[in-house]
Design a protein around this ligand. Structure first.
Ligand code: NDP
Ligand code: X2W
Length: 308
């Protein structure tokens, strides 16, 4: 028998991409609300309680409201794509490579990682756990995202104003992904985060520069690379590049992808490195990650429906 899946916010950017990845999957039946019903509280409440799985693709407040609509003792299991529950107790962080596949598989409340956080956490967690980089350092993170990362409103803005070549933002600091970056990696200080948007629909580069010599790190870049490679050796989604290209490009024509690729670039002496994650903000950064968690929770093959 198929599982009933309700995507609350299913008409939005993340929701539509999740539906695409579930299309043609006999294990899942989508519970659909009409355009008139999709924001009606009673229709949503019924769908949320009827579903085996509710995937929330909503702004944070609406995601909190949706969780509150689920009756106590209801069988509904939740995957929340918003920021609302990423550091909340009682929620499992939906990053199977980091928290463990069985942990996600057995969870009833899963919070999907933020897109930028996905790149940062993937790069940093193995290296901090192995004590190759210090927890106490004040790290910086630089990133660019395709404009679909800002949902329908940012898509509209970039598609109307074709003159924007680059948009740096979060200039008062304190971006909403910082708490999950710090907490999940276990850092002593919040990283300084500088995100930007480029005129491409999708795609993301997240970079952490590490001054290995200055921070007296216990490792050279080759060890960082080997450690990441060993950590993700059994992952069908995360790959660690064997060869370093001379440049990294995001393409405006990029197709959806659920892969996450990690690089370690360094100088010849090995005193400095640039740790870089390349992903699709709508893939492993959002919808692909949600489907990966759903697969594990439903007992399906981890990568079913993913674009790898
Ligand atoms: N886009 C991305 O790359 C990523 C997004 N996310 C997160 O996923 C969530 C969804 O984002 P995204 O898909 O980009 O956003 P969109 O703005 O594209 O979609 C949000 C959808 O939610 C609907 N909605 C808003 N309020 C309500 C409500 N009260 N009841 C029912 N539906 C509602 C909107 O309706 P309407 O169509 O009428 O506006 C819209 O369809 C957000 O929390 C976002 O931060 C996470 C990682 C990456
Ligand atoms: C380009 C852009 O605007 N990106 C979004 C983050 C996208 C994402 O990961 O969303 P959530 O953390 O909300 O789930 C932002 O910086 O707010």
């Amino acid at each position: 028998m198929a599982f009933n899946v309700f995507i609350d916010g299913g008409a939005g950017t993340t929701g539509l991409e999740i539906a695409d990845r579930l299309a043609g999957r006999p294990e899942f039946d989508l519970v659909k609300l009409s355009n008139d019903e999709r924001k009606d509280a009673e229709c949503r409440r019924q769908a949320l309680n009827f579903a085996d799985f509710a995937i929330l693709c909503l702004p944070d407040d609406a995601a909190r409201e949706a969780v509150a609509m689920i009756d106590e003792g209801s069988k509904t299991r939740v995957i929340d794509a918003s920021t609302a529950h990423r550091t909340a107790s009682g929620w499992i962080y939906g990053f199977p490579e980091i928290v463990g596949r069985p942990v996600v598989a057995g969870a009833d409340r899963v919070s999907n990682p933020g897109c930028y956080s996905t790149g940062f956490i993937a790069l940093m967690t193995p290296l901090i756990r192995e004590r190759l980089l210090p927890r106490e350092w004040a790290y910086s993170v630089h990133a660019v995202s395709g404009y679909s990362g800002g949902g329908k409103s940012l898509i509209e803005r970039f598609e109307e104003d074709r003159d924007i070549a680059f948009r740096s933002y979060a200039l008062t600091l304190g971006h909403k992904h910082i708490p999950e970056m710090q907490q999940r990696v276990g850092l002593a200080h919040p990283p300084v985060f500088s995100p930007a948007v480029i005129p491409a629909h999708r795609g993301m580069v997240v970079e952490v520069p590490v001054a290995l010599e200055a921070m007296r790190a216990a490792a050279k870049p080759s060890q960082l690379h080997e450690t990441l490679k060993a950590y993700y050796a059994d992952s069908p989604v995360v790959e660690v590049a064997e060869e370093n290209p001379s440049e990294l490009l995001l393409r405006q024509s990029a197709e959806p992808s659920d892969k996450l690729t990690l690089y370690v670039f360094s100088d010849e002496a090995g005193d400095q490195a640039r740790l870089v994650a390349v992903l699709d903000n709508l893939g492993k950064g959002a919808s692909g990650a949600a489907v990966q968690s759903l697969n594990l929770m439903a007992g399906c093959e981890e990568t079913a429906g993913l674009r790898l």
